[in-house]
Design a protein around this ligand. Structure first.
Ligand code: RBF
Length: 169
């Protein structure tokens, strides 16, 4: 399925873990905040809907998507945080800068996730236009924030299944 056809708010929800005691951090980029606030609302509500408690969800803001990596690193290094969700919007075509930001953040977030061995979710929209961004932030294609939160939940479940405590480093 191409991403254009996918509804970001429709999931397979079999076998989700109990997240009532799990702690989440949601990072929100302030660039394109009219979209990133919708992503935040989606992620926050999805975590609540699937069993997280509000006091276990922390929010941090960063100026732009480029700063998501360091913000994620700071949250991820806390032992009590189980998963980090990084939300941003980089509109392609407005500037060549987008290539640098997208690649840096994708790579940076991957590195943070591996380094801390916990889910750090790339919830960054990279559309060509603002309209496409809004379509994926609670519009016709659902909400990337919902999908990012569900990805965090599923990765927490997978980690429990694999029982990574048993693996030597
Ligand atoms: N940050 C975003 O989250 N989305 C953007 O679309 C975006 N576009 C940018 C375009 C330019 C030309 C510059 C200089 C920055 C942009 N940023 C964007 C901000 C970037 O992520 C970072 O916050 C700043 O570069 C830090 O000074």
């Amino acid at each position: 399925m191409s991403s254009a056809d996918k509804n970001l708010s429709v999931f397979i929800t079999d076998g989700l873990p109990d997240i009532s005691k799990k702690k989440f951090a949601i990072l929100v980029a302030e660039w394109n905040s009219e979209v990133t606030e919708k992503l935040f609302d989606g992620a926050y509500q999805t975590l609540l809907q699937y069993g997280a408690s509000a006091e276990n969800i922390e929010r941090g803001n960063v100026p732009g998507s480029f700063e998501l990596t360091l913000g994620a690193h700071w949250f991820a290094q806390r032992y009590d945080i189980d998963a980090v969700i990084a939300l941003g919007v980089v509109i392609q075509g407005e500037t060549k800068h987008n290539d640098y930001i997208n690649h840096a953040v994708a790579q940076g977030i991957t590195n943070v996730s591996i380094q801390h061995s916990k889910p750090v979710i790339f919830g960054v929209l990279t559309p060509n236009t603002m309209e496409q961004a809004l379509d994926r932030a609670g519009g016709v294609h659902g909400n990337k924030g919902d999908e990012a939160a569900m990805t965090a939940i599923k990765m927490i479940g997978l980690k429990e299944t694999i029982n990574t405590d048993q693996i030597s480093s």
